[in-house]
Structures are given as structure tokens and as C-alpha cells.
Design a protein. Structure first.
Length: 180
């Protein structure tokens, strides 16, 4: 486990954050992935989604937000998923960024006007580059108190770009999210 700025913990793909990823994929997939219709709710800019994994029969819940690059909402630029990985009392966060980002330049997460924190990219797959984090209480507190977060990354030409996402509804959705 790597600790970043004494705030954000990172675990490898085979760690408990991978369970969050599996839940995100299962719940975001069309109806065939879940054994039952998922329960859903909206908390300002956050959506809460619960469903039963067909393989295990386990109820899995997550909150998520999708950021799009265009008005037609056809090109997702960022997926933000928060849930409780199996065996963890701290929630985890999955960020999926578009392919083509410059990995050597790094990726950073900034909450409101706080200092941007480096966050490691776990891996890039066909649907995007994945960042999996466990959120300890102090970092979680900043997310709850915040109103906006920004992901900074660099494109292929190493030009910096920003992807903003709202934190409105984060606390309410997290409070409604059942822990394992």
C-alpha cells in the first residue's frame, strides 16, 4: 500500500479497490449483469445505484457521477465512482479517465482551492485509464466539505487539461451508501 501526502491510500488492482471496480462495471452494465433491478436515487449531482451481483448474490451499492465533454452527452470524459470495497471500513474511489493521457506527466486531484495531490494511474484499458484509491477519514472529510474537485492530467502533447466534477450531494449520497 502506498500513502500519498498522508491523505490518500492506493492499493493494487488485486486489492480491495478492485472489488469497487468490479461493482462499478457490474452495476453500470446493461440489465444482464445484475440479478435484480438495481435500486437508484439521486443526491444533487450524485447518483446512488444498488444491485445484486448475479455471480455471488451480494448486494453492491455505489455512488457515481459521469462527466461528459459535449452537450449531447455522447463522449464521457470522466467517471467517478465511490463505494465500500469488500473488507474495508474506508470507502474507495474509482476514477476512469480517457485514453491518451500522458502517464509520465502524472494525474492530480484538487478539492476546492486545496493543493493538488498526485494520484497514481493503476492501469489503462480499452475503456479508459483507471485510478483506484482508498479514502481515509481526513481526505473523505475534505471531499464532504468541498463543492468541486478537479482532475488535472496532460494530453498526448503534454498539454495540461482539467476535468471538473461537482461534490454537491457527495455527503448525502455517502451517508445513504451502505458500508460492508
Amino acid at each position: 500500500m502506498v500513502v500519498l501526502s498522508s491523505k490518500v491510500s492506493h492499493r493494487g488492482a488485486r486489492g480491495s479497490a478492485a472489488i469497487l471496480l468490479a461493482a462499478a462495471v457490474a452495476l453500470a452494465a446493461p440489465h444482464g449483469a445484475a440479478a435484480q433491478a438495481p435500486d437508484a436515487a439521486t443526491y444533487k449531482d450524485r447518483k446512488l445505484n444498488c444491485g445484486t451481483q448475479s455471480e455471488t448474490g451480494t448486494k453492491v451499492c455505489e455512488m457515481y457521477q459521469t462527466i461528459f465533454t459535449d452537450q449531447t452527452r455522447s463522449e464521457p470524459a470522466l467517471l467517478v465512482v465511490v463505494g465500500y470495497p469488500q473488507g474495508s471500513s474506508d470507502p474507495g474511489m474509482l476514477l476512469v479517465l480517457p485514453l491518451g493521457i500522458s502517464l509520465p506527466s502524472g494525474v492530480f486531484l484538487q478539492i476546492d482551492q486545496n493543493e493538488p495531490q498526485p494520484i497514481p494511474v493503476e492501469r489503462c484499458e480499452a475503456d479508459g485509464c483507471r485510478i483506484e484509491l482508498l479514502l481515509p477519514p481526513d481526505y473523505l472529510g475534505a471531499l464532504k466539505a468541498g463543492s468541486q474537485a478537479t482532475i488535472y492530467a496532460h494530453d498526448r502533447q503534454r498539454q495540461r487539461f482539467a476535468l471538473n466534477f461537482s461534490l454537491l450531494g457527495f455527503t448525502a449520497a455517502l451517508n445513504a451508501l451502505p458500508a460492508n
